[in-house]
Design a protein around this ligand. Structure first.
Ligand code: DX5
Ligand code: ZN
Length: 220
């Protein structure tokens, strides 16, 4: 069985108690924290920046996975790295120089990756696979938590899995958007190993019950 990781998205957490929220969700079994950055430009919503990352960083030891939904991307990458990011991903359409942005993330000591919207083709990977540590497949259009999983994402996850296997490298394959207890197994079957879940976890009072149920599904 692959190593599966569950990455709660703090977009659906209680922002007034963010330190406590990340501590609780890690205590309850989260493997990573997914940190959604939106700029009201690349996506029609505005969220959190490096200051908030710096504030939560001392509360958890697990990797923090920064998902940049911003344009442009390069100027803000060093700030997130310095604030304590472990992984930084961005949308290739939002960068004029995808290869340079990936290198910039690695130069700042983080794992680097590209994010693919539902209609974005995977060919952005063609010439940069050696600079990729993680591929993130969006199963909703980015911008908001609580949307429904777009089933066509399963085909793209499977295609990304083929590319990873062909590369012979260890690359994480993450899925983000509408992941719930009842569809996580399908995403795993398609080839995902890392699962972002916002509303499914933070929308329920008992985080451990949800995370345990997701792991049961992954083991089935
Ligand atoms: C959407 C974000 C997601 C979002 C997921 O643009 O990238 O990470 O928080 O939330 P759920 O799991 O509720 O779809
Ligand atoms: Zn995200």
């Amino acid at each position: 069985m692959p190593t599966y990781r569950i990455a709660p998205s703090i977009l659906s957490a209680d922002f007034a108690r963010l330190g406590e929220e990340v501590r609780n969700v890690v205590r309850d079994g989260a493997d990573m924290i997914h940190f959604d950055v939106m700029d009201n430009h690349y996506v029609p919503n505005l969220t959190i920046g490096p200051l908030v990352l710096e504030a939560i960083r001392p509360h958890v030891q697990v990797p923090i996975d920064v998902h940049l939904m911003v344009r442009p991307v390069d100027r803000i990458i060093p700030d997130f790295a310095k604030a304590g990011a472990n992984i930084i991903t961005f949308h290739p359409e939002a960068s004029d120089h995808v290869d340079r942005s990936l290198q910039l993330i690695r130069d700042h000591g983080c794992k680097a990756g590209l994010v693919f919207n539902p209609a974005t083709p995977l060919h952005y990977l063609d010439y940069v696979m050696d600079k990729i540590d993680i591929i993130l497949i969006m199963s909703v259009n980015p911008g908001f938590g609580g949307q429904s999983f777009i089933p066509e994402a399963l085909k793209k996850i499977a295609e990304a899995r083929q590319r990873i296997d062909a590369s012979g490298r260890e690359i994480m394959l993450e899925v983000d958007g509408g992941i719930k207890i009842d569809n996580i197994a399908a995403a795993a079957k398609a080839g995902a190993d890392t699962f972002v879940a916002g509303s499914a976890i933070f929308g329920k009072p008992d985080y451990k019950a949800v995370i345990d149920a997701m792991r049961t599904q992954l083991a089935s």
